[in-house]
Design a protein around this ligand. Structure first.
Ligand code: HEM
Length: 404
């Protein structure tokens, strides 16, 4: 048993038992952040805030939502939207946040790619980030099932069909996932459980892992400068705050982050009050009907790029290309063979790789929304091939890169 003194205050009492001063020092006041970073480094905090909005609005929706195929649609579109006071507001906050969170995730990912923030020492930040991406994708998909509209039903049908593995015909696996031959009550109940319990828990754990993975390597910076954090921290603590290249995470860096978060919230609530419809598919305002297939079935905008990698190929190669697109970003730290953790504009061929990848994914997203006919399907095919080719050439072009 450790030795405990008579406490002089509540703070002291807690400190003797939980070492709160040490935790605060390690995680906040002496957690050093480089000065040379820009607003893009606030996206992590913007994501954390958006996740908070999703949790709070989700809890309010849960008070009236009914996970039953006979009543789910009305519980959302009638009870929550019309009967419950401000139910519409929570639904719009939830819907807009679910869409905008992906926009910010993509900005955050591409910032990491541009500045090489996944390289030596930072691999776990990247991998935990990609696990978050997968968890958010599963969370969005399971949530989309809940209003039990036409798109919920048919997107559920199409996505679960993928698990049959094309000519492998693993129909038993598809039935096992659905709990039935087609999406029905068992399907809705299990996706409800995943959406409100299991996946949010996994996301909370993964956010903890992502933050922990940042603590030792620290965040990267916009000049690709290798900072000696111990030496710079000593300078700061000795009083040379202007000469030091770092600042404290709390409260200095947090204050800058909150500034960006405040601007973001203006934009967010502007969407909630004036443009919430962009986050809601009109087809999903028709109740689910297993006998009426919608003319075009497409996912939400944030899944369109990977959907378009599946679509232009015949079934089996399409499934392989789709599986490739789902896992390949995980491998980025190992496929990029260059040691240079500097901005892409100083990295020769990688600079071209970065911009072609970004434009290609935008093209795939646009084509994924359009019907797969004529010129659109040709463009989609070339864009899908370009996506795969870019990943194949990545190890070679980065191996050629001169060490800076
Ligand atoms: C959705 C939940 C996520 C949250 C809450 C989150 C949060 C954060 C925070 C607070 C930071 C530190 C500050 C900053 O650079 O913004 C960070 C850094 C980072 N995150 Fe995430 N992140 C999430 C998802 C992702 C995803 C999907 C990826 C991509 C795979 C990713 C990759 C990274 C990388 C590489 C860094 C290091 C940046 C650097 O060293 O400069 N994160 N994240």
């Amino acid at each position: 048993m450790a030795h405990f003194e008579k406490a002089t205050s509540v703070h002291d009492w807690l400190n003797q038992r939980l070492a709160i001063d040490t935790v605060r020092r390690v995680m906040a006041t002496e957690y050093w952040i480089p000065k040379n970073i820009n607003f893009l480094w606030a996206m992590g905090m913007v994501l954390a805030v958006t996740f908070g909005l999703l949790l709070v609005s989700g809890i309010f929706l849960l008070m009236y939502y009914q996970p039953n195929v006979a009543t789910a649609f009305d519980s959302v579109n009638y009870t929550i939207m019309r009967e419950v006071e401000f139910g519409w507001l929570w639904r719009h906050v939830h819907g807009v946040a679910a869409s905008v969170v992906f926009l910010i995730i993509y900005i955050h990912m591409f910032t990491g790619i541009y500045y090489g923030s996944y390289k030596k020492g930072r691999e776990m930040i990247w991998i935990s980030g990609m696990l978050l991406f997968v968890a958010f994708s599963a969370e969005a998909f399971s949530g989309y099932m809940l209003p039990w509209g036409q798109m919920s039903y048919w997107a559920g049908m199409v996505i679960t069909n993928l698990f049959a593995g094309g000519s492998l015909h693993a129909d038993g696996l598809v039935e096992w996932i659905r709990g039935d031959y087609v999406p029905a009550q068992a399907f809705l109940t299990r996706f409800f459980m995943l959406h409100v319990l299991l996946i949010p828990l996994a996301i909370l754990g993964l956010i903890g892992l992502h933050f922990a993975a940042l603590r030792i390597p620290h965040v990267n910076n916009q000049d690709g400068e290798e900072i000696d954090f111990d030496a710079e921290a000593k300078k700061y603590l000795a009083g040379d705050k202007a000469g030091s290249k770092v600042i404290r995470f709390a409260n200095d860096f947090m204050a800058k982050d909150m500034m960006v978060v405040a601007f973001y919230l203006f934009f967010f609530f502007y969407l909630v009050f004036f443009h919430y419809d962009f986050a809601m598919d009109p087809v999903n305002f028709d109740p689910a009907d297993g006998l009426k297939t919608p003319a075009h079935i497409y996912p939400e905008w944030y899944f369109l790029w990977s959907y378009e990698i599946l679509r232009p190929f015949p079934t089996d190669p399409g499934l392989i290309a789709f599986a490739f697109a789902q896992v390949i970003f995980f491998l980025l730290p190992f496929l990029d063979r260059s040691p240079n953790a500097v901005p892409a504009n100083r990295r020769g061929l990688f600079k071209i790789w970065f911009w072609v990848m970004l434009v290609d994914m935008i093209v795939l997203t646009a084509m994924g929304k359009l019907p797969p006919e004529g010129i659109f399907s040709t463009i989609g095919l070339y864009a899908a091939i370009t996506f795969i080719a870019l990943w194949v050439v990545l190890p070679f072009i980065t191996k050629l890169e001169r060490k800076l």
